[in-house]
Design a protein around this ligand. Structure first.
Ligand SMILES: Cc1cc2nc3c(=O)[nH]c(=O)nc-3n(C[C@H](O)[C@H](O)[C@H](O)COP(=O)(O)OP(=O)(O)OC[C@H]3O[C@@H](n4cnc5c(N)ncnc54)[C@H](O)[C@@H]3O)c2cc1C
Length: 454
Protein backbone atom coordinates (compact mmCIF):
# COMPACT_ATOMS: atom_id res chain seq x y z
CA UNK A 1 0.00 0.00 0.00
CA UNK A 2 1.17 3.53 -0.72
CA UNK A 3 1.60 6.24 1.90
CA UNK A 4 -1.53 7.81 0.45
CA UNK A 5 -3.69 4.83 1.39
CA UNK A 6 -6.58 5.36 3.82
CA UNK A 7 -9.29 3.18 5.31
CA UNK A 8 -11.84 5.85 4.42
CA UNK A 9 -11.66 8.91 2.19
CA UNK A 10 -14.35 11.57 2.52
CA UNK A 11 -14.73 13.79 -0.54
CA UNK A 12 -16.00 17.30 0.16
CA UNK A 13 -15.31 19.61 3.08
CA UNK A 14 -18.79 21.09 3.53
CA UNK A 15 -20.73 20.48 6.71
CA UNK A 16 -21.70 16.92 5.59
CA UNK A 17 -18.15 15.73 4.91
CA UNK A 18 -16.79 17.46 8.03
CA UNK A 19 -19.46 15.88 10.25
CA UNK A 20 -18.68 12.43 8.86
CA UNK A 21 -14.94 12.97 9.36
CA UNK A 22 -15.65 13.87 13.00
CA UNK A 23 -17.87 10.87 13.69
CA UNK A 24 -15.40 8.47 12.11
CA UNK A 25 -12.59 9.94 14.19
CA UNK A 26 -14.43 10.12 17.50
CA UNK A 27 -16.72 7.10 17.55
CA UNK A 28 -15.05 4.35 15.50
CA UNK A 29 -11.80 2.42 15.68
CA UNK A 30 -10.83 3.36 12.11
CA UNK A 31 -7.07 3.98 11.85
CA UNK A 32 -6.53 6.23 8.81
CA UNK A 33 -9.00 8.73 7.39
CA UNK A 34 -8.62 11.57 4.98
CA UNK A 35 -10.76 14.41 3.68
CA UNK A 36 -10.27 15.84 0.18
CA UNK A 37 -11.57 19.33 -0.55
CA UNK A 38 -11.57 21.07 -3.90
CA UNK A 39 -11.10 24.62 -2.57
CA UNK A 40 -8.64 26.18 -0.12
CA UNK A 41 -10.98 26.23 2.88
CA UNK A 42 -13.88 24.34 4.41
CA UNK A 43 -17.53 25.10 3.67
CA UNK A 44 -17.00 27.70 0.97
CA UNK A 45 -20.13 26.64 -0.96
CA UNK A 46 -23.61 25.84 0.39
CA UNK A 47 -22.50 25.29 3.98
CA UNK A 48 -21.20 28.85 4.19
CA UNK A 49 -23.28 31.14 6.41
CA UNK A 50 -23.92 33.51 3.53
CA UNK A 51 -25.25 30.71 1.30
CA UNK A 52 -28.00 29.34 3.53
CA UNK A 53 -30.57 30.59 6.04
CA UNK A 54 -28.53 29.43 9.07
CA UNK A 55 -31.62 27.69 10.48
CA UNK A 56 -31.73 24.51 12.53
CA UNK A 57 -34.73 22.97 10.82
CA UNK A 58 -36.06 20.90 13.68
CA UNK A 59 -39.58 20.68 12.25
CA UNK A 60 -41.54 22.80 14.71
CA UNK A 61 -42.14 25.86 12.49
CA UNK A 62 -41.59 24.27 9.06
CA UNK A 63 -45.16 23.93 7.87
CA UNK A 64 -44.09 21.86 4.86
CA UNK A 65 -43.07 18.99 7.18
CA UNK A 66 -45.50 16.28 8.24
CA UNK A 67 -45.41 15.12 11.85
CA UNK A 68 -43.52 12.03 10.71
CA UNK A 69 -40.85 14.02 8.87
CA UNK A 70 -40.68 16.49 11.77
CA UNK A 71 -39.91 13.67 14.22
CA UNK A 72 -37.04 12.55 12.00
CA UNK A 73 -35.46 15.96 11.56
CA UNK A 74 -35.95 16.77 15.23
CA UNK A 75 -33.70 13.86 16.18
CA UNK A 76 -30.88 14.89 13.86
CA UNK A 77 -31.27 18.61 14.62
CA UNK A 78 -30.86 17.86 18.30
CA UNK A 79 -27.55 16.15 17.52
CA UNK A 80 -26.17 19.46 16.25
CA UNK A 81 -27.46 21.22 19.33
CA UNK A 82 -26.00 18.62 21.69
CA UNK A 83 -22.65 18.69 19.91
CA UNK A 84 -22.45 22.47 20.26
CA UNK A 85 -23.45 22.46 23.92
CA UNK A 86 -21.01 19.66 24.69
CA UNK A 87 -18.16 21.80 23.38
CA UNK A 88 -19.37 25.14 24.71
CA UNK A 89 -20.07 26.72 21.32
CA UNK A 90 -23.07 28.79 22.48
CA UNK A 91 -23.05 32.22 20.81
CA UNK A 92 -20.03 31.21 18.74
CA UNK A 93 -21.48 28.49 16.51
CA UNK A 94 -25.04 28.04 17.78
CA UNK A 95 -27.39 30.86 18.66
CA UNK A 96 -30.82 31.30 20.19
CA UNK A 97 -33.54 33.50 18.73
CA UNK A 98 -37.27 33.72 19.06
CA UNK A 99 -38.94 31.87 16.19
CA UNK A 100 -42.41 31.40 14.76
CA UNK A 101 -44.49 30.37 11.77
CA UNK A 102 -47.08 32.97 10.88
CA UNK A 103 -50.62 32.34 9.62
CA UNK A 104 -52.21 35.31 7.84
CA UNK A 105 -55.95 35.36 6.95
CA UNK A 106 -58.64 33.09 8.37
CA UNK A 107 -57.71 29.99 6.35
CA UNK A 108 -54.07 30.06 7.43
CA UNK A 109 -54.99 31.01 10.99
CA UNK A 110 -57.23 27.93 11.28
CA UNK A 111 -54.53 25.80 9.73
CA UNK A 112 -51.93 27.07 12.20
CA UNK A 113 -54.20 26.53 15.19
CA UNK A 114 -54.81 22.92 14.17
CA UNK A 115 -51.14 22.37 13.45
CA UNK A 116 -50.28 23.78 16.87
CA UNK A 117 -52.52 21.18 18.54
CA UNK A 118 -51.03 18.35 16.48
CA UNK A 119 -47.37 19.34 16.81
CA UNK A 120 -47.42 20.26 20.50
CA UNK A 121 -47.09 16.58 21.38
CA UNK A 122 -43.71 16.49 19.64
CA UNK A 123 -42.66 20.03 20.64
CA UNK A 124 -44.16 20.72 24.10
CA UNK A 125 -42.50 24.14 24.21
CA UNK A 126 -44.56 25.52 21.27
CA UNK A 127 -46.68 28.58 22.01
CA UNK A 128 -49.63 30.18 20.21
CA UNK A 129 -49.33 33.94 19.75
CA UNK A 130 -52.43 36.05 19.06
CA UNK A 131 -52.27 39.53 17.52
CA UNK A 132 -51.84 41.21 20.89
CA UNK A 133 -48.96 38.97 21.92
CA UNK A 134 -47.39 39.37 18.48
CA UNK A 135 -47.56 43.15 18.86
CA UNK A 136 -45.49 42.75 22.00
CA UNK A 137 -42.87 40.24 20.87
CA UNK A 138 -42.64 40.73 17.07
CA UNK A 139 -44.29 44.11 16.37
CA UNK A 140 -43.07 44.34 12.76
CA UNK A 141 -45.43 41.54 11.72
CA UNK A 142 -48.44 43.35 13.12
CA UNK A 143 -48.22 47.07 12.31
CA UNK A 144 -48.57 48.69 8.90
CA UNK A 145 -46.48 51.67 7.76
CA UNK A 146 -48.87 54.13 9.44
CA UNK A 147 -48.47 52.34 12.75
CA UNK A 148 -51.96 50.80 12.61
CA UNK A 149 -52.67 47.14 13.38
CA UNK A 150 -52.96 45.11 10.17
CA UNK A 151 -56.53 44.18 9.38
CA UNK A 152 -56.17 40.50 8.53
CA UNK A 153 -56.50 37.82 11.16
CA UNK A 154 -53.03 36.69 12.17
CA UNK A 155 -51.54 34.08 14.47
CA UNK A 156 -48.04 32.86 15.26
CA UNK A 157 -46.91 29.46 16.47
CA UNK A 158 -43.41 29.46 17.85
CA UNK A 159 -40.97 29.36 20.72
CA UNK A 160 -38.82 31.70 22.77
CA UNK A 161 -35.99 29.75 24.34
CA UNK A 162 -34.71 27.35 21.73
CA UNK A 163 -31.48 27.16 19.77
CA UNK A 164 -32.53 28.18 16.30
CA UNK A 165 -29.48 29.29 14.37
CA UNK A 166 -26.12 27.83 13.37
CA UNK A 167 -23.12 29.20 11.53
CA UNK A 168 -22.64 26.00 9.51
CA UNK A 169 -19.18 27.05 8.27
CA UNK A 170 -18.03 27.57 11.86
CA UNK A 171 -19.61 24.21 12.73
CA UNK A 172 -17.64 22.54 9.91
CA UNK A 173 -14.41 24.14 11.19
CA UNK A 174 -15.03 22.76 14.69
CA UNK A 175 -15.71 19.24 13.36
CA UNK A 176 -12.35 19.25 11.63
CA UNK A 177 -10.42 20.93 14.48
CA UNK A 178 -11.78 18.39 16.96
CA UNK A 179 -10.94 15.45 14.69
CA UNK A 180 -7.39 16.67 14.11
CA UNK A 181 -6.85 16.65 17.89
CA UNK A 182 -7.44 12.88 18.09
CA UNK A 183 -4.08 11.29 18.78
CA UNK A 184 -4.33 7.58 18.03
CA UNK A 185 -5.43 7.98 14.39
CA UNK A 186 -4.15 9.40 11.13
CA UNK A 187 -6.56 12.20 10.23
CA UNK A 188 -5.40 14.07 7.14
CA UNK A 189 -6.99 16.98 5.27
CA UNK A 190 -5.97 17.96 1.76
CA UNK A 191 -7.24 21.28 0.43
CA UNK A 192 -7.10 22.33 -3.24
CA UNK A 193 -7.50 18.69 -4.22
CA UNK A 194 -10.41 18.44 -6.61
CA UNK A 195 -11.34 14.82 -7.17
CA UNK A 196 -11.23 14.23 -10.91
CA UNK A 197 -11.60 10.51 -11.18
CA UNK A 198 -12.32 7.46 -9.02
CA UNK A 199 -11.66 3.93 -10.17
CA UNK A 200 -12.14 0.65 -8.33
CA UNK A 201 -9.36 -1.88 -8.92
CA UNK A 202 -9.92 -5.11 -7.01
CA UNK A 203 -11.27 -4.00 -3.66
CA UNK A 204 -9.36 -0.71 -3.63
CA UNK A 205 -10.55 2.69 -4.79
CA UNK A 206 -8.01 4.83 -6.69
CA UNK A 207 -8.71 8.54 -6.44
CA UNK A 208 -7.12 10.98 -8.85
CA UNK A 209 -7.23 14.60 -7.72
CA UNK A 210 -6.02 17.80 -9.38
CA UNK A 211 -2.80 17.43 -7.30
CA UNK A 212 -2.04 13.76 -6.68
CA UNK A 213 -3.38 10.24 -6.16
CA UNK A 214 -4.86 8.47 -3.16
CA UNK A 215 -6.23 5.00 -2.48
CA UNK A 216 -8.91 3.88 -0.02
CA UNK A 217 -10.97 0.90 1.06
CA UNK A 218 -14.13 3.00 1.39
CA UNK A 219 -15.23 6.33 -0.05
CA UNK A 220 -18.02 8.71 0.85
CA UNK A 221 -18.73 11.47 -1.65
CA UNK A 222 -20.15 14.49 0.19
CA UNK A 223 -19.52 16.88 -2.70
CA UNK A 224 -22.89 18.68 -2.59
CA UNK A 225 -24.17 19.38 -6.08
CA UNK A 226 -21.18 17.49 -7.51
CA UNK A 227 -21.91 14.19 -5.72
CA UNK A 228 -24.25 13.02 -8.46
CA UNK A 229 -21.84 14.29 -11.12
CA UNK A 230 -19.13 12.03 -9.68
CA UNK A 231 -21.60 9.13 -9.27
CA UNK A 232 -22.63 9.34 -12.93
CA UNK A 233 -18.98 9.32 -14.02
CA UNK A 234 -18.65 5.98 -12.23
CA UNK A 235 -21.90 4.61 -13.65
CA UNK A 236 -23.92 4.98 -10.42
CA UNK A 237 -27.22 6.81 -9.87
CA UNK A 238 -28.08 6.94 -13.55
CA UNK A 239 -31.79 7.01 -12.70
CA UNK A 240 -31.28 10.38 -11.05
CA UNK A 241 -30.73 13.83 -12.49
CA UNK A 242 -29.77 16.99 -10.62
CA UNK A 243 -31.81 20.19 -10.83
CA UNK A 244 -29.81 23.05 -9.26
CA UNK A 245 -32.24 25.52 -7.62
CA UNK A 246 -30.49 28.71 -6.65
CA UNK A 247 -31.70 30.69 -3.65
CA UNK A 248 -31.09 34.42 -3.26
CA UNK A 249 -31.79 36.83 -0.41
CA UNK A 250 -32.63 40.45 0.35
CA UNK A 251 -30.82 42.02 3.29
CA UNK A 252 -32.57 44.38 5.68
CA UNK A 253 -30.76 47.59 6.64
CA UNK A 254 -31.35 46.81 10.34
CA UNK A 255 -32.88 44.30 12.74
CA UNK A 256 -36.38 44.51 11.34
CA UNK A 257 -37.55 41.33 13.08
CA UNK A 258 -36.62 40.15 16.57
CA UNK A 259 -36.34 36.54 15.48
CA UNK A 260 -37.08 34.02 12.76
CA UNK A 261 -40.45 34.39 11.06
CA UNK A 262 -41.58 31.68 8.64
CA UNK A 263 -44.79 31.58 6.62
CA UNK A 264 -47.35 28.89 5.87
CA UNK A 265 -46.21 26.74 3.00
CA UNK A 266 -48.39 26.12 -0.05
CA UNK A 267 -48.23 22.29 -0.05
CA UNK A 268 -48.01 22.22 -3.86
CA UNK A 269 -44.82 24.26 -3.94
CA UNK A 270 -41.57 22.41 -3.79
CA UNK A 271 -39.59 24.87 -1.62
CA UNK A 272 -40.03 26.58 1.72
CA UNK A 273 -41.97 29.83 1.58
CA UNK A 274 -40.05 33.06 2.00
CA UNK A 275 -38.98 33.83 5.57
CA UNK A 276 -37.16 36.47 7.60
CA UNK A 277 -34.14 35.54 9.72
CA UNK A 278 -31.59 37.39 11.84
CA UNK A 279 -28.25 37.05 9.99
CA UNK A 280 -25.68 36.15 12.64
CA UNK A 281 -22.84 37.18 10.32
CA UNK A 282 -24.32 40.66 9.68
CA UNK A 283 -25.07 42.06 13.17
CA UNK A 284 -28.36 40.19 13.39
CA UNK A 285 -29.84 42.28 10.57
CA UNK A 286 -32.93 40.66 9.08
CA UNK A 287 -32.34 38.67 5.88
CA UNK A 288 -35.39 37.80 3.74
CA UNK A 289 -35.54 34.88 1.35
CA UNK A 290 -34.59 32.56 -0.14
CA UNK A 291 -35.96 32.73 -3.66
CA UNK A 292 -35.94 29.66 -5.92
CA UNK A 293 -34.53 29.87 -9.42
CA UNK A 294 -33.35 27.05 -11.67
CA UNK A 295 -29.72 27.81 -12.56
CA UNK A 296 -27.74 25.93 -15.23
CA UNK A 297 -24.64 25.50 -13.03
CA UNK A 298 -23.67 23.52 -9.96
CA UNK A 299 -21.83 26.18 -7.95
CA UNK A 300 -23.43 29.57 -7.43
CA UNK A 301 -20.59 32.11 -7.34
CA UNK A 302 -17.72 30.10 -8.82
CA UNK A 303 -16.82 30.24 -12.49
CA UNK A 304 -17.74 27.33 -14.77
CA UNK A 305 -19.72 24.19 -13.85
CA UNK A 306 -22.24 24.85 -16.68
CA UNK A 307 -21.12 21.71 -18.49
CA UNK A 308 -21.22 19.76 -15.21
CA UNK A 309 -24.86 20.84 -14.89
CA UNK A 310 -25.83 19.50 -18.32
CA UNK A 311 -24.01 16.22 -17.66
CA UNK A 312 -25.69 15.79 -14.27
CA UNK A 313 -29.17 16.72 -15.50
CA UNK A 314 -29.05 13.81 -18.00
CA UNK A 315 -31.83 15.38 -20.03
CA UNK A 316 -34.21 12.83 -21.53
CA UNK A 317 -37.95 12.30 -21.93
CA UNK A 318 -38.33 11.44 -18.24
CA UNK A 319 -36.88 14.82 -17.27
CA UNK A 320 -39.15 16.57 -19.78
CA UNK A 321 -42.15 14.74 -18.29
CA UNK A 322 -41.18 15.83 -14.75
CA UNK A 323 -40.95 19.49 -15.90
CA UNK A 324 -44.21 19.18 -17.83
CA UNK A 325 -46.06 17.77 -14.81
CA UNK A 326 -44.71 20.48 -12.55
CA UNK A 327 -45.44 23.36 -14.92
CA UNK A 328 -48.96 22.30 -15.84
CA UNK A 329 -50.03 23.25 -12.32
CA UNK A 330 -50.80 26.99 -12.34
CA UNK A 331 -49.59 27.53 -8.74
CA UNK A 332 -46.19 26.04 -9.60
CA UNK A 333 -46.05 27.89 -12.94
CA UNK A 334 -46.71 31.23 -11.26
CA UNK A 335 -44.22 30.44 -8.53
CA UNK A 336 -41.50 29.62 -11.08
CA UNK A 337 -42.24 32.79 -13.05
CA UNK A 338 -42.30 34.98 -9.97
CA UNK A 339 -39.01 33.57 -8.73
CA UNK A 340 -37.46 34.24 -12.12
CA UNK A 341 -38.68 37.87 -11.89
CA UNK A 342 -37.09 38.17 -8.43
CA UNK A 343 -33.70 38.06 -10.21
CA UNK A 344 -34.53 40.63 -12.93
CA UNK A 345 -33.00 44.04 -12.12
CA UNK A 346 -35.37 47.02 -11.60
CA UNK A 347 -38.55 44.97 -11.11
CA UNK A 348 -37.13 42.35 -8.73
CA UNK A 349 -37.25 44.37 -5.54
CA UNK A 350 -40.78 45.65 -6.13
CA UNK A 351 -42.07 42.11 -6.67
CA UNK A 352 -40.13 40.69 -3.77
CA UNK A 353 -41.50 43.40 -1.48
CA UNK A 354 -45.05 42.37 -2.32
CA UNK A 355 -44.34 38.89 -0.94
CA UNK A 356 -42.20 40.00 1.98
CA UNK A 357 -44.96 42.39 3.15
CA UNK A 358 -46.98 39.35 4.11
CA UNK A 359 -44.44 39.05 6.93
CA UNK A 360 -43.69 42.75 7.53
CA UNK A 361 -46.59 44.90 6.24
CA UNK A 362 -44.64 48.15 6.67
CA UNK A 363 -41.59 46.99 4.67
CA UNK A 364 -40.44 49.71 2.26
CA UNK A 365 -38.10 49.72 -0.72
CA UNK A 366 -35.43 51.53 1.33
CA UNK A 367 -35.49 48.85 4.03
CA UNK A 368 -33.96 46.04 1.96
CA UNK A 369 -31.36 45.54 -0.76
CA UNK A 370 -30.64 42.56 -2.99
CA UNK A 371 -27.97 40.63 -1.03
CA UNK A 372 -25.19 40.38 -3.60
CA UNK A 373 -22.98 37.35 -3.15
CA UNK A 374 -25.43 35.69 -0.76
CA UNK A 375 -27.22 32.46 -1.59
CA UNK A 376 -26.38 29.00 -2.81
CA UNK A 377 -27.64 26.13 -4.90
CA UNK A 378 -29.99 23.39 -3.72
CA UNK A 379 -29.12 20.23 -5.67
CA UNK A 380 -32.68 18.90 -6.02
CA UNK A 381 -32.91 15.36 -7.31
CA UNK A 382 -35.02 14.28 -10.27
CA UNK A 383 -36.16 10.70 -9.84
CA UNK A 384 -36.43 9.58 -13.46
CA UNK A 385 -37.74 6.11 -12.72
CA UNK A 386 -40.78 7.50 -10.91
CA UNK A 387 -40.80 10.72 -12.99
CA UNK A 388 -40.83 12.93 -9.89
CA UNK A 389 -38.94 15.84 -8.36
CA UNK A 390 -37.65 14.61 -5.00
CA UNK A 391 -38.04 17.24 -2.33
CA UNK A 392 -35.50 16.15 0.24
CA UNK A 393 -32.06 14.66 0.41
CA UNK A 394 -30.91 11.51 -1.35
CA UNK A 395 -28.13 9.03 -0.77
CA UNK A 396 -26.83 6.30 -3.06
CA UNK A 397 -25.30 3.41 -1.15
CA UNK A 398 -23.83 1.22 -3.87
CA UNK A 399 -23.07 -1.62 -1.45
CA UNK A 400 -19.62 -1.69 -3.04
CA UNK A 401 -17.76 0.54 -0.59
CA UNK A 402 -18.77 3.90 -2.00
CA UNK A 403 -21.65 6.23 -1.01
CA UNK A 404 -22.82 9.40 -2.76
CA UNK A 405 -24.83 11.99 -0.79
CA UNK A 406 -26.97 14.74 -2.34
CA UNK A 407 -27.95 17.32 0.24
CA UNK A 408 -30.51 20.03 -0.49
CA UNK A 409 -32.19 21.61 2.57
CA UNK A 410 -32.25 20.62 5.42
CA UNK A 411 -28.91 18.96 4.70
CA UNK A 412 -26.93 21.18 7.05
CA UNK A 413 -29.25 20.49 9.97
CA UNK A 414 -29.09 16.74 9.34
CA UNK A 415 -25.28 16.57 8.89
CA UNK A 416 -24.66 14.49 12.02
CA UNK A 417 -27.67 12.24 11.36
CA UNK A 418 -26.60 11.58 7.78
CA UNK A 419 -23.06 10.92 8.96
CA UNK A 420 -24.37 8.41 11.51
CA UNK A 421 -26.18 6.51 8.74
CA UNK A 422 -22.94 6.37 6.73
CA UNK A 423 -20.78 5.41 9.73
CA UNK A 424 -22.99 2.34 10.27
CA UNK A 425 -22.57 1.33 6.61
CA UNK A 426 -18.79 1.91 6.70
CA UNK A 427 -18.33 -0.05 9.94
CA UNK A 428 -20.26 -3.02 8.59
CA UNK A 429 -18.36 -2.98 5.27
CA UNK A 430 -14.88 -2.59 6.81
CA UNK A 431 -15.59 -4.66 9.93
CA UNK A 432 -14.93 -1.72 12.24
CA UNK A 433 -16.38 -0.96 15.66
CA UNK A 434 -18.75 1.91 16.34
CA UNK A 435 -18.98 3.18 19.92
CA UNK A 436 -22.74 3.54 20.04
CA UNK A 437 -22.84 4.19 23.77
CA UNK A 438 -20.50 7.17 23.49
CA UNK A 439 -22.43 8.48 20.49
CA UNK A 440 -25.77 8.22 22.27
CA UNK A 441 -24.42 9.75 25.46
CA UNK A 442 -22.92 12.67 23.63
CA UNK A 443 -25.27 13.34 20.76
CA UNK A 444 -28.73 11.87 21.07
CA UNK A 445 -31.78 13.57 22.45
CA UNK A 446 -32.48 11.22 25.37
CA UNK A 447 -29.66 12.87 27.27
CA UNK A 448 -30.74 16.46 26.57
CA UNK A 449 -31.91 18.12 29.77
CA UNK A 450 -35.48 19.34 29.22
CA UNK A 451 -36.96 20.78 26.10
CA UNK A 452 -36.21 24.44 26.58
CA UNK A 453 -32.49 24.67 26.82
CA UNK A 454 -31.25 27.86 25.28
C1 LIG B 1 -30.58 29.20 -0.22
C2 LIG B 1 -30.34 28.03 0.69
C3 LIG B 1 -30.79 28.06 2.00
C4 LIG B 1 -30.57 26.98 2.85
N1 LIG B 1 -30.94 27.07 4.15
C5 LIG B 1 -30.70 26.04 4.99
C6 LIG B 1 -31.00 26.16 6.38
O1 LIG B 1 -31.43 27.20 6.85
N2 LIG B 1 -30.78 25.07 7.16
C7 LIG B 1 -30.29 23.90 6.67
O2 LIG B 1 -30.15 22.94 7.43
N3 LIG B 1 -29.96 23.77 5.36
C8 LIG B 1 -30.13 24.82 4.53
N4 LIG B 1 -29.76 24.73 3.21
C9 LIG B 1 -29.15 23.48 2.74
C10 LIG B 1 -27.70 23.40 3.22
O3 LIG B 1 -27.00 24.58 2.91
C11 LIG B 1 -27.03 22.20 2.54
O4 LIG B 1 -27.85 21.07 2.72
C12 LIG B 1 -25.67 21.88 3.13
O5 LIG B 1 -24.86 23.03 3.22
C13 LIG B 1 -24.99 20.80 2.31
O6 LIG B 1 -23.72 20.57 2.82
P1 LIG B 1 -22.73 19.62 2.03
O7 LIG B 1 -21.49 19.54 2.83
O8 LIG B 1 -23.42 18.36 1.71
O9 LIG B 1 -22.51 20.36 0.64
P2 LIG B 1 -21.69 21.69 0.31
O10 LIG B 1 -21.78 22.66 1.42
O11 LIG B 1 -22.13 22.11 -1.04
O12 LIG B 1 -20.20 21.19 0.28
C14 LIG B 1 -19.71 20.34 -0.73
C15 LIG B 1 -18.20 20.42 -0.68
O13 LIG B 1 -17.67 19.50 -1.61
C16 LIG B 1 -16.59 20.11 -2.30
N5 LIG B 1 -16.42 19.45 -3.58
C17 LIG B 1 -17.27 19.48 -4.65
N6 LIG B 1 -16.76 18.76 -5.67
C18 LIG B 1 -15.58 18.25 -5.24
C19 LIG B 1 -14.59 17.45 -5.84
N7 LIG B 1 -14.71 17.00 -7.08
N8 LIG B 1 -13.48 17.15 -5.11
C20 LIG B 1 -13.33 17.59 -3.83
N9 LIG B 1 -14.25 18.37 -3.22
C21 LIG B 1 -15.36 18.70 -3.91
C22 LIG B 1 -17.02 21.57 -2.40
O14 LIG B 1 -15.94 22.42 -2.67
C23 LIG B 1 -17.68 21.80 -1.06
O15 LIG B 1 -16.76 22.23 -0.10
C24 LIG B 1 -29.92 25.82 2.36
C25 LIG B 1 -29.45 25.79 1.05
C26 LIG B 1 -29.64 26.89 0.21
C27 LIG B 1 -29.09 26.87 -1.16
Amino acid sequence: MTQNHYDVIVIGGGVSGSALFYELGRYTNVKKICLLEKYGSLASLNSNGSANSQTIHCGDIETNYTLEKAAKVKRTAKMVEKYCLQHGYENKVIFSHQKMALGVGSEEVNYMKNRYKEFKSLYPYLELYDKEKLAEIEPAVVYDKNGNLREEEIVGVGAQNQYTTVDFKALSDTFIDNTLKIEDKVTDIFFNNEVKNIQKIGSTYHVQTSMTQFTADFIVVDAGAHSLFIAHKMGHGLDYGCLPMAGSFYMGNRKILNGKVYMVQNPKLPFAALHGDPDILVNGFTRFGPTALMLPKLERFKPGTYLDFFKTLRLDLNVVKIFYDLLKDSDIRNYVLKNFMFEVPFINKKLFLQDARKIVPSLGADDITYAKGFGGVRPQILDKKNQKLMLGEASIDTGEGIIFNMTPSPGATSCLGNALRDVHIICTYLNLEFDEEAFNNELTEDTIRGDSNA
